[in-house]
Design a protein around this ligand. Structure first.
Ligand SMILES: *Cc1c(COP(=O)(O)O)cnc(C)c1O
Length: 227
């Protein structure tokens, strides 16, 4: 098996090449290393190779890793489904939350964020393919949620996130990402400016980069299969 160091170098190059192909700056896209269900040893190998941003889906697992790396100055992103009874732990320990789809969750994070930590960065997760039973705010309800979140002082609305239905063709993969970009443009025209599009994973990051992704969330392509 190829190691994390080699994978990280390869993926970083692929992200930069894709960005240049899309007529963007080579460093326009940040790699979020999705470390859920991966051992600490692989995280440390990635840190050694220069990676700073890590994504976790489960609160307890994430907190253990945050605790064990607290001297390393890493940036931790919560990208899983957030239950109301776990918001305090996330507000106190993470730097970003990508999966806000309810005002109630945003309000709890806003109340529970320690003042000394500065505002918590958040993205609103959009159910971009309107899939029944899937997490994410409905497109129609997005402007109201965004406007309400923009008012909360202890969270900072950074942008939008999506997890589209799986598509295999590049041109098809671009469609939901284009829609998310257009939604961010619509919010901007309505006075809510953001700087982040969190979209694209191991199988579709290139399409996401062509549609303006600023953060791609990559797990298996970097760390290998999960436990
Ligand atoms: C697991 C996960 C990823 C990473 O998926 P890979 O296919 O392993 O790259 C990205 N985003 C979210 C929200 C995830 O849950």
């Amino acid at each position: 098996m190829i190691g994390v160091t080699e994978n990280l170098a390869l993926i970083s190059d692929l992200l930069a090449f894709s960005a240049v192909d899309a007529e963007r700056e080579p460093d326009a896209v940040k790699l979020l290393a999705v470390s859920k269900k991966q051992p600490l040893s692989k995280i440390l190998a990635a840190v050694e190779a220069g990676q700073r941003d890590f994504g976790e889906n489960f609160v307890k697992e994430g907190l253990e890793k945050i605790d064990r790396t607290k001297d390393l100055n890493l940036v931790w992103h919560f990208i899983g489904h957030l239950q109301n009874n776990k918001t305090r732990l996330v507000a106190e320990n993470f730097d970003w939350v990508h999966t806000i789809d309810k005002l109630k969750t945003a309000r709890r994070l806003n109340e529970q964020r320690p003042a000394a930590s500065g505002p918590l960065n958040i993205c609103l997760q959009v159910n971009i393919d309107d899939e029944p039973g899937k997490s994410g705010i409905a497109i129609d309800a997005l402007p109201e949620l965004a406007a309400a979140c923009a008012e909360l002082p202890n969270i900072k609305l950074r942008g939008l996130m999506c997890l589209p239905a799986i598509r295999s063709e590049f041109e098809q993969q671009r469609l939901p990402f284009a829609r998310l970009r257009e939604l961010a443009e619509m919010l901007r025209d309505g006075g809510i400016a953001t700087d982040t599009l969190s979209m694209g994973m191991s199988g579709d990051y290139r399409a996401a980069i062509f549609e303006g992704a600023t953060i791609v969330r990559i797990g298996t392509a970097l760390f290998g299969d999960r436990d």
